[in-house]
Design a protein around this ligand. Structure first.
Ligand code: ARG
Ligand code: ZN
Length: 878
């Protein structure tokens, strides 16, 4: 990929590589502050006219360069800050370079770096997307697939464990207390999947036999104080491996599968071939220290990275524009897996919550981009909710369009055609379609077009003709750089419910076999669909299961939504009815209405369901929760975050009052059986327990606070402890401060759990949290160098605490501005991610808007990294 003007890369400029690497041999002499890397590249000329060999490189020192064993003269190559060009290279030539690196000086955590302290930490790599070039000179692009052989040498005492991709290929002793280990990866791979790990690590191990009979050693590595928290991840890994065999016929393909945990990581985890590396917060789990949410994350992310072995590694991406080809697809597979391991309805609700909170807001703002963008200037900024979560929705729509059997047939064909290749979204759609004799190319528009489609639905019933008519209309608002939008294929799952709440038999034409539900596909700007022989429909249930990532508006009234909330059999849509009802109540309250019938209907309907013993407690907990602040704020312009907060509070107040004494009773009943159990049923009851406490705190603060303080101390699980503490802190209770001190004492030495302590405080919904966060920035355990700390304290504050962050005096903005300027010079990826929390400045009411805009402009003027500069430039709309 050639970067054209000012570093912007365009999809349309893609050219096949001029040079390929058949095999690469890497030799590392590892050291915390001075590592040497010898790289031997076996080169092959690519298609097209002969070109000089241009390799990517960044930050390393060149100690030697040889072509076919001969040292090159200075005029035979050219070295600059981003590349190494060798002028006269023959097909089949072998290029050797020797590089010097300083891992302990690498604060960007991209390339080879140090996790932990120089004395006790370990060395590891992160190469996706463009970190490999910080290790050695190489065609660092995903369509160059090479066989990797790696030799690691290091001091045995300091680095007893030496890991790289692939299968072990020998180890032994060297002089001076050094030792070596060789690794051989038989599967050709792009450089972004390279990894090594070296240091003092403990391990757990398990044997696994694949469905096709391969014996595999599964090992998880972590530092000594964390190794006893890796068991759940191992359990999840084994389940994920079985699941991929059963559901997709995909077997693992090496003799070992290794996972390593680190506290210093820019992202969640990384799928390096045979050597996954995990952010410790998504790998470690234990009953005392991990919340139910943590367990769910570990399960999902272990599965996600494992599933990449086929969707990402065996079939990789031609270029970074195709990132969603592996990420959207793998998120979808991960969602399927989690849904089958747990409650499918709850999982769908959570997926849609993530989509709305992160992706819809992204798609509606200045950073909106297509699932497959057309240009980028900093690829690390495209690991977004759009590429991941909207990408997964697109795969879900396509899978739904095909149906289960055809989806599997299509995926088999995709693997058959592209195993060992670097593919494109077009090739994915073609394989799925060809395998089933259908044309899926219309879905390509979903990949190319940014913005969330607005879908309008109107239903009319003709009693005389017994026909139900559904009018659908779609529209997508312009997004930056994409003024004109086209109509997209939108599948809508539909049912019609009768007065008793049961689904009416649906027929598209007379005499057809009736169905309880059907899927209509809107394939134009507007269309109408008719159902015949319909008797007395009470209400339509639309977009069941959230069958397309759109924003639906209907002509249904609050009483229709209440009916759906009571009777709908599609669990997702039942929850959705509660959300819509709450949203309408919220809008009226925000608009200043004193008397809000929607609020009464919402409260009354939920009160009716509250005593329904047949209702899944986890689903009830979700029904009782209105959309969160960022979701509610999304359509508000001009936006006053304090007013949004107050209106949502009024909803919570009203619901708490309406539930009355039942709240305390339910809380007490659930508490009686609470033992901290980890099975799905126990987790579901705990979700409701915690939700009841939160509401009860609003109804009867004095008594509820007392119970919450006790529950903090006696908690049988971390979820219970966190819920009690968060409730006390939101209330400003004195006992909350005491509990905080206790929490800090308990978990001072455990980074993952201490992050919860930082995050809890960062999200206290009170204006004076600004001063609290400022104080925590100076806490001995805080460091701007650690992405998890930054995320807990600063991302928690800027993205999840609108009341404090948007304090009208702008103090929250200044705090983030100052931190960002510092983080920018340490870790561009982390700086850029934090900066995305400022994206909504233009929608704010004029006072806050001016303050935040000024902060953004100051930051843009001083930005050092390409990553941060890119986010700020797009955020400001220049
Ligand atoms: N491929 C990884 C995952 O989704 C994410 C790595 C992203 N890294 C980055 N520096 N942007 O599983
Ligand atoms: Zn991924």
């Amino acid at each position: 990929m050639t970067a054209s003007d000012n570093g912007v890369v365009h999809l349309a400029d893609y050219r096949a590589p001029a040079w390929r690497v058949e095999q690469v041999e890497l030799e590392f002499d590892l050291d915390i502050s001075a590592t040497r890397v010898l790289a031997r590249l076996h080169l092959r000329r690519g298609a097209g006219a002969a070109q000089p060999l241009r390799l990517d490189g960044a930050g390393q020192e060149l100690h030697a360069i040889r072509l076919d064993g001969r040292a090159l003269e200075p005029h035979e190559y050219q070295l600059d800050a981003q590349s190494l060009t060798v002028f006269a290279v023959d097909d089949g030539a072998v290029l050797e370079t020797e590089a010097g690196l300083a891992p302990d000086a690498n604060s960007a955590l991209s390339g080879l770096y140090l996790s932990g302290s120089a004395g006790a930490g370990f060395l590891l790599t992160q190469c996706e997307a463009e970190g490999f070039r910080r290790i050695t000179w190489y065609p660092d692009r995903p369509d160059v697939l090479a066989r990797f052989r790696v030799l690691l040498r290091a001091d045995r005492q300091r680095f007893p464990v030496l890991l790289a991709n692939g299968n072990p290929a020998g180890s032994g002793e060297l002089e001076d207390g050094r030792h070596w280990a060789a690794w051989d990866d038989p599967h050709p791979k792009p450089s972004y999947l390279f990894a090594l790990v070296a240091g003092r690590l403990e391990q757990i191990e398990q044997d696994y036999t694949t469905a096709d009979g391969r014996a595999v050693k599964l090992r998880i590595f972590a530092e000594a104080d964390a190794i006893d928290r890796c068991g759940y991840a191992m359990d999840a890994l084994v389940r994920a491996m079985r699941w991929d065999e059963q559901r997709y016929g995909r077997n693992y393909d090496l003799d070992v599968f290794h996972i390593v945990a680190t506290h210093d990581f820019n992202m969640g985890a990384m799928e390096n071939k045979g050597l996954n590396i995990f952010n410790a917060k998504y790998l470690l789990a234990d009953p005392q220290r991990s919340s139910d949410e943590d367990y769910a994350h570990v399960e999902a992310i272990v599965a996600h990275e494992y599933f990449h072995n086929w969707t990402g590694n065996r079939v990789t991406c031609r270029d970074w524009f195709q990132l969603s080809l592996k990420e959207g697809l793998t998120v979808y597979r991960e969602q399927q897996f989690s849904a089958e391991m747990n409650s499918a309805t709850l999982k769908r609700i959570e997926d849609v919550q993530v989509l709305r909170r992160a992706q819809f807001t992204e798609d509606a703002g200045p950073l909106a981009h297509a699932v497959r963008p057309e240009r980028y200037s900093a690829i690390d900024n495209f690991y977004t909710a759009t590429v991941y979560d909207k990408g997964a929705e697109l795969v879900r729509m396509i899978a739904g369009r095909l149906g289960e059997t055809a989806w599997r047939r299509g995926m088999d064909e995709y693997f058959r055609r592209h195993d060992g290749e670097a593919a494109t979204v077009e090739q994915f759609l073609a394989a799925l379609g060809d395998a089933n004799g259908v044309d899926l190319s219309a879905y390509l528009a979903w990949y190319a077009q940014a913005g969330t489609p607005q879908l309008q639905a109107r239903g009319t019933y003709d009693a005389a003709a017994r026909r139900y008519r559904l009018d659908l209309r779609q529209r997508t608002a312009p997004t930056p750089g994409q003024a004109r939008k086209q109509a997209l294929p939108i599948p809508l799952r539909v049912a019609l419910l009768g007065a008793d709440g049961r689904a009416l038999p649906l027929r598209r034409e007379a005499g057809a076999a009736p169905q309880d539900e059907c899927v209509v596909e809107l394939d134009a700007a507007s269309r109408c669909f008719e159902f015949v022989d319909i008797d007395a429909p009470r209400v339509a249930s639309l977009l069941r299961g959230f069958s397309a990532p759109v924003q639906l508006s209907t002509d249904q009234g609050a009483d229709d939504l209440a009916f759906l909330l009571r009777f709908e059999s599609d669990g997702f849509n039942r929850w959705e009815a509660a959300q819509q009802l709450a949203r309408r109540a919220f809008e009226r309250v925000l608009g200043g209405a004193q008397n809000v019938p929607e609020l009464d209907i919402w409260c009354d309907t939920l009160a009716g369901l509250f005593d329904d013993a047949a209702l899944d407690p986890a689903l009830l907990a979700e029904l009782l929760t209105p959309p969160e602040l960022n979701e509610l704020a999304q359509p508000c312009t001009p936006l006053d975050p304090a007013a949004v907060f107050a209106a949502r509070e009024r909803l919570e107040q009203a619901l708490a009052q309406r539930l009355g004494a039942a709240l305390e009773q339910r809380h007490a009943a659930l508490l009686k059986t609470e033992r901290g159990g980890l099975d799905g049923a126990a987790r579901g009851r705990r979700r409701l327990l915690n939700r009841c406490l939160r509401l009860w705190l609003r109804q009867d603060p004095a008594q509820a606070q007392e119970i919450a303080a006790t529950r903090y101390v006696l908690a049988a699980s971390m979820s219970e402890r966190l819920a009690a503490l968060a409730g006390l802190l939101a209330d400003g209770a004195e006992s909350g401060e005491k509990a905080l001190q206790d929490f800090e004492r308990r978990y001072d030495n455990d980074p993952v759990t201490l992050d919860k302590w930082f995050a809890l405080q960062a999200t206290i919904p009170r204006p004076d949290t600004v001063e609290r966060v400022a104080g925590l920035l100076r806490h001995a355990r805080f460091s701007l160098r650690n992405p998890n700390r930054v995320s807990a304290l600063l991302m928690g504050f800027a993205a999840r605490n609108p009341l404090a962050f948007h304090r009208p005096d702008g103090a929250g903005y200044v705090l983030i501005e100052q931190a960002l300027a510092e983080i920018d010079s340490l870790n561009p990826t982390t700086a850029a991610r934090l900066a995305t929390a400022l994206k909504d400045w233009a929608r704010l009411e004029p006072g806050r808007r001016a303050l935040l805009q000024a902060a953004l402009q100051r930051l843009a003027a001083g930005a050092r990294s390409q990553d941060l500069a890119d986010i700020l430039r797009r955020t400001l709309g220049d």
